[in-house]
Design a protein around this ligand. Structure first.
Ligand code: 6PG
Length: 471
């Protein structure tokens, strides 16, 4: 019998996704640009229902119709190259799925282009790394709804499951919606990682915690409100010694220069375009950037003075205060992320379902965390919620944890420890809850130097002040 679905791209993500699908009882066609890779997958898995092809036309012809094809190739030009080769081989009604970390605007354009030939194009965010792809990722598909329905039964079987058994996949919306949601997922991932890194830095260099104490603290945090994959792996990482023989903790021999593949940057760029604040993710992107200026930082560390205050009078429950600051800031980050999704949904007419998005992030993906259930609950209670902070549960946490966040940020500033993401969190909270902001002065300046006009608090209309006339 003909394979139900095919996977193009046998690098680790594609291979693992193919094996995952096969493990649910499907015959899977596989193809890779270089034959050797396909041969190796077949040789390594002789007992699996994998049908290899060594040219694209054999691959396409081997598939059951309407054809279902998942591309797991590098985003950008390589993806376009595969699409160009496939297009003449496909028929109207076929479903082509891009499972890479593709920029959502490329997906919108490809969806439109293929639609002209009657070919369905799904942009599908896949999160969870290599193991996720194999065992159960979180899947964020967007494109034609009818096309999603054709692959939904397979996706539901291969996706991760929440602890109450729900598959971590749902239809996100038309054209680029799936890749957009994955992009924001990645941005949030950057934010979570940076918040954890700042908290670790504070415990280590302000609290003077030893490595075993640090590992223990993250382990304890993982048992409570902060329970999440990223906190869990942090606890594990902090127990690990160098495996190259230096007898140092592994984090002390890894170069402090963090790389990125661009999804966090896209997330910030899109927020800027849409006119919504995304300060926390953006600070996380900048934190990675500044980390790469290693030589400049080392040179600056010799010449720029550090703060003189050393007596910080930390309280006995320092780590609890850092924990509260971390949770508070995580809430701000997700509040910004979901507000961005809301703005994008309106702008691109996607009708995103925020509760569902939080739900499919509960398992399988990198940002999986217990607290996502609270987000789902918040949107179930009020699908029109303007900002997550306004939900009763989150409002109560903000009320309880804001004091600790202020204190921790103040200590960090006094100690000269950079906390860009934690600071962005409290600044966002304070800006959002301010009935009056100093933007009136900004408007006055704009009107002063450029006659940009201003609006008034007490009258309708547009005004211009005669700045250059004597009063
Ligand atoms: C995931 C990850 C995955 C990948 C990122 C990492 O959800 O499984 O987000 O997509 O690890 O691309 O991004 P950086 O290389 O930019 O850190």
């Amino acid at each position: 019998n003909k394979p139900t679905i095919g996977v193009i791209g046998m690098a680790v993500m594609g291979k693992n996704l193919a094996l995952n699908i096969e493990s649910r009882g499907y015959t899977v066609a596989i193809y890779n640009r270089t034959n050797a890779r396909t041969e190796k997958v077949v040789a390594d898995h002789p007992d699996k229902q994998l049908v290899p092809s060594y040219n694209l036309s054999d691959f396409v012809n081997s598939l059951e119709k309407p054809r279902r094809i998942i591309m797991m190739v590098k985003a950008g030009k390589p993806t376009d190259a595969v699409i160009d080769q496939l297009l003449p081989l496909l028929d109207a009604g076929d479903v082509l799925i891009d499972g890479g970390n593709t920029f959502f605007e490329d997906t919108i354009a490809r969806n439109q282009r293929l639609d002209q030939s009657g070919i369905n194009f799904i942009g599908m965010g896949v999160s969870g790394g290599e193991l996720g792809a194999l065992k159960g990722p979180s899947i964020m598909p967007g494109g034609q709804k009818e096309a999603y329905d054709l692959v939904a039964p397979i996706l539901q079987q291969i996706a991760a499951r929440t602890d109450d058994g729900q598959p971590c996949v749902a239809y996100m919306g038309p054209n680029g919606a799936g890749h957009y949601v994955k992009m924001v997922h990645n941005g949030i991932e950057y934010g979570d990682m940076e918040l954890i890194a700042e908290s670790y830095n504070l415990l280590r260099h302000v609290g003077q915690y030893s490595m075993p104490q640090l590992a223990q603290t993250f382990k304890e945090w993982n048992a409570g409100e902060l329970s999440s994959y990223l906190v869990e792996i942090t606890a594990d990482i902090l127990t690990r010694q160098d495996d190259q023989g230096s007898s140092k903790p592994i984090v002390d021999v890894i170069l402090d220069a963090a790389e990125n593949k661009g999804t966090g940057k896209w997330s910030s760029q899109s927020a800027l375009e849409l006119g919504v604040p995304q300060s926390l993710i953006t600070e996380a992107v900048y934190a990675r950037y500044i980390s790469t200026f290693k030589e400049e930082r080392v040179a600056a560390s010799q010449v720029l003075p550090q703060p003189q205050t050393t007596d910080l009078k930390l309280s006995a429950d320092f780590s609890e205060q850092v924990r509260q600051a971390l949770y508070f800031s995580k809430i701000m980050s997700y509040a910004q992320g979901f507000a961005q999704l809301r703005a994008a949904s309106e702008h691109y007419h996607w009708q995103l379902n925020y509760g569902e998005i939080a739900n499919i992030w509960r398992a399988g993906c990198i940002i999986r965390a217990q607290f996502l259930q609270k987000i789902t609950a918040a949107y179930q209670k009020n699908p029109e919620l303007t900002n997550l902070m306004l939900d009763d549960y989150f409002k109560a946490i903000c009320a309880k944890y804001q004091a600790a966040t202020r204190q921790v940020v103040a200590w960090a500033v006094q100690a000269g420890i950079p906390v860009p993401a934690l600071s962005a969190a409290i600044a966002y909270y304070d800006s959002y809850r301010s009935a009056v902001l100093p933007a009136s002065l900004t408007q006055a300046q704009r009107d002063y130097f450029g006659a940009h006009t201003y609006k008034r608090v007490d009258q309708e209309g547009t005004f211009h002040y005669s700045w250059y006339e004597e009063q």
